[in-house]
Design a protein around this ligand. Structure first.
Ligand SMILES: [Mg+2]
Length: 285
């Protein structure tokens, strides 16, 4: 089991996933392109290079596989693109994003039974708690696989996050790798202006976590190495967090540099410019 792709070959995925993101959001004039574009390298590295899992044998309980929870559930465009292109469901289904009765809801949902999705998320702050529960279940089952999550940095303003952080350290949940998308953007502006997170590394260390930092989360190799380093620190009686700096909107020049593209769709001309910057490499859906 497990996907062990060549990391350099995976670079071809990046413009394709970015095309999927902007095309999906444009088609329904709804969705969240900014954070999705910023986390493209993370998803490709995690699903294609780091996780020990088998998309063809997806189960809800994820027993005997590495599993992932998307806590900042609104960045479904990147999540669905990488799930589809990893083989969880047909790539053609990306055309149903946010349509009525689609399995590809705006935020991940479970009653549609979309392979790859194990919990409904998007109510921010909850995914870490779910991941901790799943990690404890793996320990009870004698399952040596790892649980991964992604959190937005704005999401860390939720109080539930810090209760979960305290819980995970106390209960030695050391089969868990939490990644924080540290883009310093959230829906209403810069995180540092809306409600500053301060010294995140010091905060997690004070809570009893091991901290790994990635200075450029938009460099595929750097992200992959940071994730592997984080994984290597598991099973040491402490939970592990990866603080990953990214740029919201990365890969589409006019979407970078602000929070403006957190949750709005490109028009026809903007789509054309975005696609021009991201050539088709693996075939459009
Ligand atoms: Mg953010």
């Amino acid at each position: 089991m497990g996907i062990k792709s060549d990391i350099n070959e995976l670079k071809a995925w990046l413009p394709q996933v970015r095309r999927d993101i902007v095309r999906m959001v444009h088609a329904v004039q709804s969705g969240h392109p900014g954070g999705s574009l910023g986390c493209t390298e993370f998803f490709v590295a995690l699903f294609q290079y780091v996780m020990d899992h088998d998309p063809a044998t997806f189960t809800m309980d994820g027993r005997d596989q590495d599993i992932f929870f998307l806590s900042n559930g609104h960045i479904t465009p990147v999540y669905y693109s990488v799930l589809a292109r990893s083989g969880f469901f047909p790539v053609s289904e990306l055309a149903t994003f946010r349509r009525i009765n689609s399995r590809l809801q705006g935020h991940p949902a479970t009653h549609e039974h979309l392979p790859g999705v194990r919990v409904a998320t998007g109510s921010l702050g909850q995914g870490l708690s779910v991941a901790i529960g799943a990690a404890l279940a793996k320990k009870l089952n004698g399952d040596l696989h790892t649980v991964y999550t992604l959190q937005g940095d704005g999401e860390l303003q939720e109080g539930q996050i810090w209760e979960a952080a305290m819980f995970a350290a106390h209960h030695k949940v050391d089969n868990l790798v939490v990644t924080i998308d540290r883009n310093n953007r959230q829906i209403d502006g810069d995180v540092s202006e809306v409600m500053d997170l301060g010294d995140l590394k010091a905060k997690f260390e004070a809570f009893g976590w091991l901290v790994v930092e990635c200075e450029n989360g938009n460099d595929l190799v750097e992200v992959a190495e940071a994730l592997l380093l984080a994984k290597s620190l598991t099973r040491n009686e402490k939970p592990v967090v990866l603080i990953m700096k990214t740029e919201m909107g990365h890969g589409v020049d006019f979407m970078m540099g602000s929070h403006e593209w957190h949750g709005i769709a490109p028009n026809d001309e903007q789509l054309r410019r975005a696609l021009e910057q991201n050539p088709e490499t693996l075939g459009d859906y």
